[in-house]
Write a protein that binds this ligand. Structure first.
Ligand code: NIG
Ligand code: FE
Length: 403
């Protein structure tokens, strides 16, 4: 006897079948046992099965739970002042050079107590979860010293223990050069490699390492030093690449079999080909493009031509993307970048899972995977990319339970 049987619904399994790219099952049903999916098929296929709870969904759509595979969720304060400065004409780079930007959030984060950090992150997390997120990646990157970075990763772990959501932590120590290391760039990178990486590994605080490869952040040589060391310790890597300029970051990331290269507004053909070869996912972040009022869009057609899987994420952060809605990220990916609604949905389900390296566990509605699901009271799936500010699913099911 199963725990639950969801029935009278249309299921977008996101497991492509010939002529059915989203693996849609009309008049479908899903069996759940011990937090996992044990059967998916048509209502008739599953008719003979018994469950403690039978849940007729009245023709609603069921998708995998949404996966937000790129966020900087935990930080102190906010940067509403910079939002206003940008409206008055200052650029992101100019604000950073004047001591604002990431550095100002580092200051506010260092000043904040752990309960304060957890409380403000929980409010943002709550909004994303209401929007349908069942898995979220959270990067460090606002501590930028040994204890500060470890503290943010521990906060991510604490949130994972208290909230009904899967949290994937990522170490992002090469996010900006902290002021106290201003004249000692090499020293900072060495500290990250020699002290922080081993500490993160010992405490099992993260399995993935990210960096920001940009003129205003770290060079490709510095990133490569980190990636070599991270690889040697068994970490997977990913990279903020080609956001504001072309640093050949995507190709560098691909050389280290990166899970993903993210942003990619300035990606070229060489980078796209390298990503395809390495199976590196392209994570598009329309919230940052929108908030910075960028003009150059990521080369979506190039990614399609090279068959690079495309994910979409909120990039929720205080500076470039104070975005608290996964469905708005999907809408923006369609409206600003030209993704189809189907691509946007794949971007926040199966391809988000690939960008985190956990596609065996989540990302599609398939037997054996976690029963992380969203139930949408919509006429068609295309509405997910259509509404601007959709409040969220009617039901959000995490590990088999309504939350
Ligand atoms: O993904 N690009 C670098 N990191 C963030 C922005 C962080 C910040 O400005 O606080 C991003 O856009
Ligand atoms: Fe980011």
């Amino acid at each position: 006897m199963w725990d639950r049987l969801l029935t009278d619904c249309h299921v977008a399994t996101m497991e492509p079948a010939p002529g059915n790219p989203l693996g849609i099952i009309e008049n479908g049903a899903i069996g759940i046992q011990d937090g996992r999916i044990v059967r998916v098929g048509t209502r008739t296929d599953l008719a003979g099965n018994r469950a403690r709870e039978v849940l007729p969904l009245g023709g609603a759509w069921v998708t995998p739970g949404l996966i937000d595979c790129h966020t900087h969720l935990i930080f102190g304060g906010n940067r509403a002042d910079e939002h206003a400065m940008r409206r008055a004409g200052a650029s992101y780079q100019e604000i950073a050079e004047a001591g604002g930007g990431i550095a100002s959030t580092v200051k506010r984060t260092r000043e904040a107590s752990e309960p304060e950090l957890l409380a403000s992150a929980a409010m943002r997390l709550d909004a994303l979860m209401k929007g349908g997120v069942t898995t979220i990646e959270i990067k460090s990157g606002y501590g930028l010293d040994l204890e500060g970075e470890l503290r943010l990763l521990r906060c991510a772990k604490a949130l994972a223990a208290s909230e009904a959501v899967r949290i994937v932590p990522t170490l992002l120590a090469l996010h900006a050069l902290p002021a106290e290391w201003k004249d000692r760039r090499i020293g900072y990178v060495s500290m990250v490699i020699d002290e922080l990486l081993p500490a993160v590994a010992d405490e099992q605080l993260a399995e993935t390492v990210d960096a920001f490869c940009e003129d205003m952040a770290f060079s490709s040589d510095e990133v490569e030093r980190l990636f070599k060391a991270a690889h040697a310790r068994g970490f997977r890597v990913k990279l903020h690449a080609e956001q504001l300029s072309n640093q050949n970051g995507a190709a560098l990331a691909s050389k280290y079999n990166a899970l993903s290269a993210d942003h990619l507004e300035h990606l070229d053909e060489h980078g796209a080909a390298a990503m395809a070869e390495a199976g590196t996912v392209a994570v598009l972040l329309p919230g940052a493009f929108y908030a910075l009022q960028e003009e150059r869009k990521p080369p979506v057609q190039l990614l399609r031509d090279h068959k690079v899987p495309i994910a979409v994420a909120t990039d929720c952060n205080p500076g470039t993307s104070p975005l608290l809605s996964p469905t708005l990220a999907m809408n923006m990916a369609c409206t600003l970048f030209g993704l189809t609604p189907e691509e946007a949905l794949a971007g926040m389900t199966i391809n988000g899972a690939k960008a985190l390296g956990i596609e065996e566990e989540i990302g599609t509605v398939a037997v054996g995977k976690a029963a992380d699901l969203c139930v949408w009271r919509l006429e068609s799936l295309a509405e997910l990319g259509y509404w601007i500010g959709l409040p969220g699913p009617e039901r959000r099911i995490y590990a088999g339970d309504d939350t």
